[in-house]
Write a new protein. Structure first.
Length: 220
C-alpha cells in the first residue's frame, strides 16, 4: 500500500550503494597482504565489490588460509576503513525521501554486521534496522521479514535478493555492474545514482506501483 506512503519499507544495500567502500577496502587489503606476505591484486579485487569476503579472498589464498584471513580482515577493518569511507552522493537524500513518505529504512548487507554498524554510525544514516552478513537470495528472508516492498542495490546479486522477496528491484550504477548486467538479472529500474532515487520514489508512491515510476525501465 503505497499510494499515500503508508506501510512503505525500503531496503538498501550498503557497499557501493549507500557508501563508497573502495578506499577503505583497499587499505585493509594492503594491511592484510603485508601481514600475510601476499601481494593482493587490490585494484582487481575492488573493481566489483559485493560478494562475500571469503569469495573475494579465496582465489588468492590456500583453502585453509581463507577463514583466518577473513577473520583478520574484519579485525583490521575498523582501524583502516571507517574514517576514509563516505556516503555516496545522494545517499542521505534517498533515505530522507523514504522518511518524507512515512516509510521505514532497512539496510541489508553482506558486510560483517559490527563493521556495517560502524559505517552507518560514522556517516550518520537514519535507519530503522540493519542486517549484515546476508548475500544474494539470502537477503530475501530479511526483506520479507521487514516487509520491504523495494530493495535498492548496485550488484546483480542484490537484484536476486529483491526478486526472491517479491520486492521492486531498483539498481544504481555506482558499483561494478553495468546497466545491461543489471537488466539481464531482472532488475525493474536502473538509476545512474541515488540522486535520482527521490524523484523515482515520488512516482512510485504516487501510484505507479510497477517499479517504473520515474525510472529507466528496460527496453523490451
Amino acid at each position: 500500500m503505497t499510494a499515500d506512503g503508508s506501510d512503505l519499507v525500503v531496503g538498501f544495500d550498503l557497499d557501493m550503494t549507500l557508501i563508497d567502500t573502495v578506499p577503505g577496502f583497499r587499505q585493509v587489503l594492503h594491511a592484510l597482504g603485508g601481514e600475510l606476505g601476499v601481494e593482493f591484486p587490490v585494484e582487481q579485487m575492488t573493481a566489483n565489490l559485493g560478494p562475500p569476503l571469503d569469495l573475494i579472498l579465496g582465489p588468492h589464498l590456500a583453502e585453509e588460509a581463507i577463514q583466518p584471513a577473513v577473520d583478520r580482515f574484519r579485525t583490521l577493518y575498523p582501524d583502516h576503513a571507517i574514517e576514509s569511507v563516505v556516503a555516496m552522493a545522494g545517499a542521505h537524500e534517498a533515505i530522507a525521501a523514504v522518511r518524507r513518505h512515512g516509510g521505514r529504512v532497512v539496510v541489508v548487507t553482506g558486510k560483517f554486521t559490527p563493521n556495517a554498524r560502524l559505517h552507518v554510525d560514522h556517516v550518520g544514516f537514519d535507519v530503522d534496522h540493519l542486517e549484515g552478513q546476508v548475500w544474494g537470495v539470502g537477503k530475501a528472508d530479511v526483506l520479507l521479514r521487514e516487509g520491504a516492498s523495494i530493495y535498492v542495490g548496485d550488484h546483480f546479486h542484490d537484484v536476486e535478493g529483491a526478486l526472491a522477496a517479491g520486492a521492486v528491484s531498483v539498481s544504481v550504477l555506482t558499483g561494478g555492474c553495468t546497466r545491461e548486467e543489471l537488466y539481464d538479472a531482472g532488475t525493474h529500474v536502473v538509476l545512474d545514482d541515488l540522486g535520482e532515487f527521490p524523484a523515482w520514489l515520488d512516482g512510485y508512491v504516487a501510484g505507479s506501483g510497477d517499479g517504473s515510476g520515474g525510472g529507466r525501465t528496460p527496453q523490451l
